[in-house]
Design a protein around this ligand. Structure first.
Ligand code: GAR
Length: 210
């Protein structure tokens, strides 16, 4: 059984989608812990109610990013994970931390990377007049919102959209591709080709929604 540690900062709807899919689909994996950098993260309650260990490493208690990341790594490693899954974890990570979990840490970012790294992705897509938007699941590297792409989902930008309506459409796609991506990792279905990853049997790594 692969051991998954999920990191959240807030509501945790992607974490929930992964926990539910893992159990419903009988993955050869177990979510062994949900860790938050915010004590009030809503997702902690869901995790506890579902019998999953929870922990808080409050970034406000640390003088530097290095100190915070060192403690976070200590707590993560206590759960001996095979894969670390950032599910709405809103912290910039130090190079030492990302190197420690190289090729075994995933992130989800609500844009079609490499467009719109960073914050306010939906507002920026609307401002640019983008006709499609979407979401990317990728392995984490030292560079913010970069790293090998596991899956992307594309959704239309509709007339009359505002940031909340677009975010909701993208979030529904997130809940489809993040569990799928994690499942591929736990099933060892991904093959590295230099700095890129492909599905071993050529399964589609994109989801196009209307
Ligand atoms: C999601 O939309 C996720 O893509 C985004 O935060 C939200 C978390 O929602 N992540 C980032 O912006 C990371 N840069 P959730 O807590 O309900 O999963």
């Amino acid at each position: 059984m692969k051991r998954l540690v999920l990191l959240i900062s807030g509501r945790g709807s992607n974490m929930e989608a992964i926990v539910k899919a893992c159990r419903a689909e009988g993955w050869p994996a177990q979510v062994v812990a949900v860790i938050s950098n915010r004590p009030d993260a809503g997702g902690l309650q869901f995790a506890a109610q579902h019998g999953i260990a929870t922990a808080v490493v409050d970034h406000k208690a640390f003088a530097s990013r290095e100190d915070f990341d060192a403690e976070l790594a200590r707590v993560i490693d206590g759960f001996a994970p095979d894969l670390v899954v950032l599910a709405g974890f809103m912290r910039i990570l130090t190079p030492g931390f990302t190197a420690r979990y190289a090729r075994r840490m995933l992130n989800i970012h609500p844009s079609l990377l490499p467009a719109f790294t960073g914050l306010h992705t939906h507002e920026r897509a609307l401002e640019m007049g983008c006709k499609v938007a979407g979401v990317t699941v990728h392995f984490v590297t030292a560079e913010l919102d970069h790293g090998a792409i596991v899956m992307q989902a594309v959704v239309p930008v509709l007339a009359g959209d505002d940031a909340p309506s677009l975010a909701a459409r993208v979030l529904a796609a997130e809940h489809r591709i993040y569990p799928q991506s994690v499942r591929w990792c736990v099933e060892d279905a991904l093959v590295w080709d230099g700095e890129r990853v492909c599905h071993r049997d050529g399964a589609p790594q994109q989801l196009l929604l209307n």
